[in-house]
Design a protein around this ligand. Structure first.
Ligand SMILES: *Cc1c(COP(=O)(O)O)cnc(C)c1O
Length: 377
């Protein structure tokens, strides 16, 4: 009793603090429907909050592949892949991912978050330096922390800052690892990968690119030695992956804690992701559409042209951002408010994500609604 009362008092205190800062998060009952719709409070909304960029989560072919694997192989993997043996569906998915990225091999993890925890902590330790783009995803920082490495943040997409940090510090560490993203999840801009890879080569550093928002959508350009990503966004399923050399993948199979000590991905998730990847490769017009729609939107609002299907509308203050999001919802659009600590303090924003499932008319209507809502404030 006394245990739980101090525990609950602690939780209440933290929640009150979050409420006061407009940073409390709540789960809102919402059913996802087909074609970028979402049902909330009995109303159908057009969702611009989803990372299902290619509309494949609801594609009948993807659903059928998942259903067939579910019926054939059951609901769960049973144990770690090292314990139960490797599932042929996962092996096929890994071969396809490796080929897609032009790498020798791939390893599928339980999620993208788990992949980064395992990859970074398998490659770096207390004697090593990990340099992370300041706007990198939470799991990149978590991976560096789990590794126990010295971690430095370099200014977002600032190659000179990265080079200066390496020049000043590299000599004191055994190994150096650079962590960045092909497309930044909350800003929608892209990393200067050619320049980063060149700096990495100058200083014998290894580069990991998190491709969570690029795969199948915005992928042109250089490949890093470590290409990781997720099956949960453009592929509409669930899970994470690393594409790399055979030696690196073999090392991960033995050493990545979040691979070794966790249950394998359900075969149905792997089968759905494999079918989705085949479709993404076979239908380039589908892959090109989210970026084209994002550019249509930025042009309508007079914003700089979108670099990816993600368009942030910077607001600043968390409370105002929540109010804008609620106004858009009242107009029939689901556009999520992104607040700290997901983004730096003072940079709360609306994050608009475009999908090939959206129609031009929906994009135009959203642009009009956003202009109205933001102008009124
Ligand atoms: C979503 C995301 C992840 C995590 O992937 P999950 O499969 O959802 O765990 C990792 N990195 C970035 C940049 C992401 O946006």
């Amino acid at each position: 009793m006394s245990d739980s009362s101090s525990l609950d008092a602690f939780a209440q205190e933290c929640l009150a603090d979050l409420d006061a800062k407009a940073l409390r998060r709540r789960l809102v009952p919402t059913a996802r429907g087909p074609a970028a719709t979402a049902r909330r409070d009995g109303r159908d909304l057009v969702s611009f909050s989803c990372n299902d960029y290619l509309g494949l989560a609801n594609d009948p072919r993807v659903i059928a592949a998942g259903q067939e694997a579910l019926a054939r192989y059951g609901a769960g993997a049973g144990a770690s892949r090292l314990v139960t043996g490797n599932h042929p569906v996962i092996a096929a998915l890994e071969a396809r991912l490796a080929a897609h990225k032009g790498k020798d091999a791939a390893l599928v993890f339980g999620s993208g978050y788990l992949a980064n925890l395992g990859i970074v902590s398998a490659l770096a330790s207390a004697k090593d330096l990990v340099l992370v783009d300041a706007l990198g995803h939470s799991c990149l920082f978590a991976g560096a922390q789990l590794a126990g490495a010295t971690m430095l943040r370099f200014r977002h997409n600032d190659v000179d800052h990265l080079r200066a940090q390496l020049a000043a510090r590299r000599g004191r560490f055994e190994r150096a690892l650079i962590l960045t993203e092909r497309v930044f999840s909350m800003d929608g801009d892209r990393a200067p990968l050619d320049a980063i890879l060149a700096v990495a080569a100058e200083h014998d550093a290894w580069t990991l690119v998190d491709d969570a928002h690029g795969l199948g959508v915005v992928e042109a350009g250089a490949r890093a030695p470590l290409e990781m990503g997720t099956l949960s966004k453009s592929l509409g399923s669930y899970g994470g992956y690393l594409c790399a050399s055979r030696a690196v993948v073999d090392l991960m199979t033995s050493r990545a804690r979040s691979f070794v000590y966790t249950t394998g991905l359900p075969p149905a998730s792997a089968a759905a992701a494999l079918r989705a990847l085949e479709i993404a490769e076979a239908e380039p017009e589908r892959a090109a559409r989210p970026l084209a729609l994002a550019r249509r939107f930025t042009a309508r609002l007079g914003l700089p042209p979108a670099e990816s299907p993600i368009v942030p509308i910077l607001v600043g203050d968390a409370q105002t951002t929540l109010a804008h999001s609620a106004s858009l919802e009242a107009r029939g659009f689901l556009v999520v408010a992104i607040r700290p600590p997901t983004v730096p303090a003072g940079t709360a924003r609306l994050r608009v994500a475009f999908s090939s499932a959206h129609e031009e008319a929906q994009v135009d209507a959203l642009a009009e609604a956003v202009a109205g809502v933001v102008e009124r404030a």
